[in-house]
Design a binder for this molecule. Structure first.
Ligand code: PLP
Length: 438
């Protein structure tokens, strides 16, 4: 499927020139740091077009895309019905800053789909960061408590209170994980290792009566791909209820991806609030948070928790998200996505094993990860035992052979409905060659 003459996806002369130009006026040449190749070396190829599961670089290479714009492109790039819905909406006006019919339709569809919102409400915002930040303010406003608990290695966007890189093991009081975050902003952020029920119970007990919310990625996707241990999410549900803390599933990555109703549908555990982003906007900047009606009724203008947005619920984002959701409901692609991802992961597993390369592979639906370590990976400390130097060579080798993977060991990979069997076979064949030289 990929033309062998255009295999090499590394940055060529044109990309290097564009990177140079961008770097003069954009910090690091990128508008989001994950796009830089700092952790794998080299420079990023520039993309001029994307279609289906393919990216076309400014140097003329075609790449099989496993980043899928970091998740949103579940239906592949440039899905015609979605593009048409956006064009139609655009012709009627780019933004009203006033009420429009499609917002209610979109909200109803989201609520019908996501279990925790079924009898509840949802508010649209413009990014995943806004969704988590707003959900936490709401949890604090609703409970009248201040402390929040997150997992070590869990990413919930770049709001001050969530930028905490705490020590491993026992929970520690928050230490800012970025310059510019005042200690006060993270004083009430507590962290525990992912998949560790005892640690969560301990922190809740130590701060009894003070914890407003537990926020968790139900499948960790920002430290690689780490599924929840059996019973983990159920235990969080029980603990949150017991301590009257709001349980927030950050499904910005997993929502509409691992099942139509997200990880909460897949694992049968219902949080109090859910954060959405990525797929919910069908490729445009949309986020959402919602859940229990009593909690959501605390949001302005119904209640005292303020949260707003000039472009929130804008017609283009709503059109793209609504059409994407309608297609997912109609086509129900989840079994096919599961099978293809399983085939990819098995192919990578076999190829790594046959070359004696220690690797931990995991996938949940069309979300997958590969760690170069012999240690089973259940949390961030395990993930950090990965051989990062080997990952860099793996990444460069795959790119050279026309496969575009996220430029970091600690990111998940994504399939779309446009990745067919042939795509998977090409990828596994490329991987077998790369493993040979790792
Ligand atoms: C991407 C992501 C976010 C942040 O979303 P943005 O739209 O980048 O602000 C938050 N939480 C999770 C789990 C994510 O994967």
């Amino acid at each position: 499927m990929t033309d062998p003459s255009t295999f090499d996806g590394r940055a060529g002369a044109r990309s290097l020139e564009l990177f140079e130009r961008a770097s003069q006026h954009i910090p690091g040449g990128v508008n989001s740091p994950v796009r830089a190749f700092s952790s794998v070396g080299g420079q990023p190829p520039f993309i001029r077009r994307a279609h289906g599961c393919t990216l076309e670089t400014e140097d003329g290479a075609s790449l099989i895309d496993y980043v899928c714009t970091w998740g949103p492109a579940l239906l592949g790039h440039g899905r015609l019905e979605v593009v048409e819905a956006v064009c139609t909406a655009a012709r009627n006006g780019l933004s009203f800053g006033a009420c429009a019919a499609a917002e209610g339709e979109f909200a109803a569809l989201i609520c019908a789909t996501v279990p925790s919102m079924r009898d509840g409400m949802v508010r649209l915002v413009n990014s995943g960061t806004e969704a988590t930040m707003s959900a936490l303010r709401l949890a604090r406003g609703f409970t009248g408590k201040n402390k929040i608990i997150k997992c070590d290695g869990g990413y919930h966007g770049h709001a001050d209170l969530l930028l905490v890189a705490a020590g491993s093991g026992a929970a520690t009081l928050g230490i800012p994980g970025s310059a510019g975050v005042p200690e006060g902003a993270v004083r009430d952020t507590l962290t525990v290792p992912f998949n560790d029920v005892a640690a969560m119970a301990e922190v809740l007990a130590a701060h009894r009566g003070d914890v407003a919310a537990i926020i968790v990625e139900p499948i960790a996707g920002n430290m690689g791909c780490i599924p929840p241990a059996p019973g983990y999410l159920e235990a969080l549900r029980t603990l949150a209820t017991e301590h009257e803390a709001v349980l927030i599933f950050d499904e910005v990555m997993t929502g509409f991806r691992v099942a139509l109703g997200g990880a909460q549908e897949r694992f049968g555990v219902t949080p109090d609030l859910t954060c959405l982003g990525k797929i919910v906007g069908g490729g445009l900047p949309v986020g959402a948070y919602g859940g229990r009606r009593d909690i959501m009724s605390t949001v302005a203008p119904l209640g005292p928790v303020y949260q707003a947005g000039t472009l929130s619920g804008n017609p283009l984002g709503v059109a793209a998200g609504l059409k994407t959701l309608q297609i997912l409901i109609e086509e129900d692609p989840y079994d096919a996505l599961e099978q293809r991802t399983a085939a990819l992961v098995k192919g990578l597993q076999d190829a790594s094993a046959s070359h004696d390369i220690p690797a931990q592979l995991a996938h949940v639906g069309p979300m997958f990860g590969l760690f170069f370590t012999a240690r089973p990976v259940a949390n961030y400390d395990d993930a950090k035992t990965s051989d990062l130097e080997r990952f860099s060579r793996w990444h460069a080798g795959m790119l050279e052979r026309g496969v575009y993977l996220a430029p970091s060991q600690f990111e998940a990979g994504f399939l779309s409905t446009a990745h067919d069997e042939g795509t998977i076979e090409c990828t596994v064949a490329a991987a077998a060659q790369v493993f040979e030289n790792l």
